[in-house]
Design a protein around this ligand. Sequence first.
Ligand SMILES: Nc1ncnc2c1ncn2[C@@H]1O[C@H](COP(=O)(O)OP(=O)(O)OP(=O)(O)O)[C@@H](O)[C@H]1O
Ligand SMILES: [Mg+2]
Length: 270
Amino acid sequence: MIDEDSSGGSEPPPGVIFQDPDQCLPAAELTDYRLIAARLRKALAKSEALLLQKDELIRRLELLKAESDHRLLNDLQMTISLLSLQSRNSINSEAASQLSAAASRVSMIARIHHRLHSYDGVRTIEFKKFIQDFGLEFSAMSSSDASTGRVSVEGSQIDLPAVTAIPLGFIANELITNAAKYGKGRIAIRLEPDPKHRYALSISNDGPALPEGFDPGESKGLGMKIVRSFTDQIGGELRIERGADGQGARFTVLFPAPVIQPLSPTATTS
Ligand SMILES: Nc1ncnc2c1ncn2[C@@H]1O[C@H](COP(=O)(O)OP(=O)(O)OP(=O)(O)O)[C@@H](O)[C@H]1O
Ligand SMILES: [Mg+2]
């Protein structure tokens, strides 16, 4: 506390740093004091201007990012359209199917990019929801027969980091495409916690039994190569078997991933 009675030129008590300088400082120190005060005001104004500049730069960067995301999605969309068009125009059925597979693979890149960048700062994907949306689109595109290609998604809602969700999206794309191509009837997808590996994603189909001694390493196609390579990338393990009735096929990817949110077991069919 400043002793009001002692103002008017006397020394301020120790620890008190503010007192009217015009009244308590000698003329020479008063000049220094005013110089320092002016410099501080200038520095403060400069800092405020720099902060405004920084905010403006952040705003512009966000605009640029949104713009480049938008352009990338447009370009991917155009690539998908061109591949699909070329597939439809191809007179060679093998070439047509390869072009259509390429369109579907690029479409998976676009879908994941869109999912990851639709919300600012989001670095995880709600994988069950993602697969449900994909399943709906896949069913709508794949067949006119109501029972064939119908995709059902069951299991837990799990948030996966992009580093796991992106490769897993490609794996799911290949396995669902194969299930529709080589199986018959419904395709069942299950995503659930696994006691040993943490998570399990399985894709099963009815129809002809998977050949005895099926070895994915011997496949000439690209699909199983993509599945095996991305399964390794996420530190997972691929299990291949027939369905419970000895018919059809079931491909299960067992994989680890950091837990992002508590799991809530639900079951939905799309
Ligand atoms: N769900 C399934 N049921 C029965 N056989 C399957 C199934 N999935 C894969 N296969 C067998 O495995 C082989 C390899 O599959 P892969 O996906 O690698 O190649 P592809 O589907 O023939 O070609 P691509 O994926 O390059 O378009 C297939 O040709 C098929 O014989
Ligand atoms: Mg395939």
